[in-house]
Design a protein around this ligand. Structure first.
Ligand code: ADP
Ligand code: MG
Length: 559
């Protein structure tokens, strides 16, 4: 039997590729199953345009079977198969993708469902197998052929008997070495979990013979082990379904199945975009803060799928930091992937999707704020802090996006209010948006500085979190109204005549004040008489940009 040789460069290329493209061995199964799915898709597309073929969905499937004794793993499909020429062209030529060619030839609108494009995935089989045997019978061919290879040293093709159209890929799983174990690729539970992880949304059934224990017929509680053929994958991705077909429970179920969180999501967002960029996404706003959310360990990101096949577990580029609490997934057929299909080639499409998603999250949060205030406040309790960090970071670059999502406690009815609500009900003569900082609403209420503003009948925002004042400094103003601390020396209104301190009064107690100033050297810059105070004998105030609260925080920060 004459061996056909790979060209020298290809030989090196194959070795390099097998060992360096993929970061995880388990993806070999994803690649072979994707090929099987493509092969079935091709019959489907053929049937659409050619009356000689019919497509009856029920007769198409993929089957994965492990044989521990013989150390073989077989992936069979009832797809289009390969002729001798195709075996040679597609599996004998590295980086030749029959699937890509098919996609280009058949200009079917739905042709983008086909996954293959680089012509290298098949060789991933050599990461776990010493020998790969392909037995295939093509839809258009009479004879079946067997292609076999041990990797870099070439391949053989011989005729073989096979009754049905389709392809069997038989992997002779490698023996364990000192460093590596390959046994797992023959274990039922392991294979199942790999299929679930990467190929759950392949549109054709992926079957496996699974051992289960069943009650013996005619007995009370005697069980026997039986082998049962099961479908492992969910097949229809929920994100491809019509929103109107789905219930809240469906979304909650998906959230739990995907382990996005253990809580119930507060809200789901289902996006289907079919424009210059096409993608589907299901996003969730969690109800509870993940335990590690405000820690360094927390990793933001969405799952990224390309045509229903998982590419990345946590794609961080899809979410800005201020929306890092969002969970969920994105599926797009328009991504340019690199050949390992683990990373993106260049991220123009991804940037577009990210921008789009960002807008959508913002508008959904605004809608929640407007229509379901209680829910929004619940959300805000968990993640409001993150939004404020968002305003503060990047020199306030995101303030336009975020300012209307902020809530603060207010002196009016002790409720949470938006800045807009505050500004809308400002009396005409009120110049500034007033705020007071302190540890809690109760503490702020007792601040002597608030009295003068409150007396004027003006509302005051209560800043109780350390980030609040920093965020507001970034906003500077809202609808041309500046923010002003109640401790500021210029409050923007003239106190009553009677509250002006006369020269006489100033001098009256000069000695006492000088004495106090001396005693507090280095701690205060001045001691003055004030008529702003009503029920308090004394208060601390600042003249500069930095309030006492900010000063405290800045002093507490490590240098
Ligand atoms: P890709 O899937 O990116 O095209 P692969 O290396 O995975 O690259 O596969 C190379 C080619 O081999 C495919 O494009 C397809 O034409 C052919 N092929 C692989 N597996 C099968 C299969 N199970 N049935 C039919 N054709 C297949
Ligand atoms: Mg492939």
């Amino acid at each position: 039997m004459a061996k056909k040789q790979f060209k020298a460069e290809s030989k090196r290329l194959l070795e390099m590729m097998i060992n360096s493209i993929y970061s995880q061995r388990e993806v070999f199964l994803r690649e072979l199953i994707s090929n099987a799915s493509d092969a079935i898709d091709k019959i489907y597309y053929k049937a659409l345009t050619d009356d000689r073929y019919q497509f009856n969905k029920d007769s198409y499937y993929i089957k994965v079977s492990a044989d521990k004794e013989n150390r073989t793993l077989t992936i069979s499909d009832t797809g289009i198969g390969m002729t001798k020429e195709e075996l040679e062209a597609n599996l004998g030529t590295i980086a030749k993708s029959g699937s890509l060619a098919f996609k280009n030839e058949t200009e079917l609108k739905d042709g983008h469902d086909i996954i293959g494009q680089f012509g290298v995935g098949f060789y991933a089989a050599f990461m776990v197998a010493d020998v790969v045997t392909v037995i295939s019978k093509a839809l258009d061919g009479d004879e079946a052929y067997k292609w076999e290879s041990k990797g870099a040293d070439g391949y053989t093709i011989v005729p073989v008997k096979k009754e049905t159209v389709g392809t069997d890929i038989i992997l002779k799983i490698k023996e364990n070495t000192e460093d590596d174990s390959y046994d797992e690729y023959l274990e039922e539970y392991r294979l199942k979990s790999i299929i679930k992880k990467y190929s759950d949304f392949i549109r054709y059934p992926i079957k496996m013979d699974v051992k289960t224990s069943k009650k013996k017929e005619g007995t009370e509680n005697e069980y026997e082990e039986v082998v049962e053929e099961q479908i492992i994958n969910s097949m229809v991705p929920i994100w491809r379904k019509n929103k109107s077909e789905l219930t809240d429970e469906d979304y909650e179920k998906f959230y739990n199945e995907k382990h996005y969180g253990f809580d119930k999501p507060l809200k789901h967002i289902h996006i289907s975009v079919d424009g210059t960029i096409r993608y589907n996404a299901i996003l969730y706003i969690p109800e509870n803060i993940p335990f590690d959310y405000y820690s360094k360990e927390f990793e933001k990101g969405l799952e990224l799928y390309s045509n229903g096949v998982l590419i990345m577990n946590k794609c961080a580029d899809l979410l800005p930091d201020y929306f890092s609490f969002v969970k969920g997934m994105v599926d797009s057929e328009d991504l340019s992937l690199n050949i390992s299909r683990e990373m993106l080639q260049h991220d123009r499409q991804l940037k577009l999707i990210a921008k789009n998603i960002n807008k959508k999250i913002k508008s959904e949060l605004q809608a929640l704020l407007k229509n379901e205030r209680e829910k929004y406040e619940e959300f805000y309790k968990s993640f409001g802090r993150q939004l404020k960090f968002g305003v503060y970071s990047d020199f306030g670059a995101n303030k336009e996006t975020l300012q209307d999502l902020l809530l603060f406690h207010s002196s009016k009815d002790k409720k949470l209010v938006t800045i807009e609500e505050y500004v809308t009900r400002m009396p005409e003569d009120q110049k500034y948006i007033y705020y007071a900082t302190g540890e809690s609403v109760e503490r702020i209420d007792k601040l002597p500085q608030t009295e003068l503003v409150a007396d004027k009948g003006y509302e005051i925002l209560y800043f109780t979190e350390d980030i609040d004042e920093f965020a507001i400094k970034m906003l500077m103003s809202y609808k041309e109204k500046e923010f002003k601390s109640v401790s500021s020396s210029d409050l923007g209104f003239e106190p009553d005549e009677s509250k002006n301190v006369s020269e006489e009064e100033k001098n009256e107690n000069k000695e006492l004040f000088d004495y106090m100033k001396n005693a507090l050297t280095g701690k205060v810059t001045d001691v003055r008489i004030s008529k702003r105070l009503k029920t308090h004998p004394v208060c601390l105030s600042t003249d500069g940009e930095i309030s006492i609260e900010m000063e405290k925080i800045l002093n507490a920060m490590p240098d």
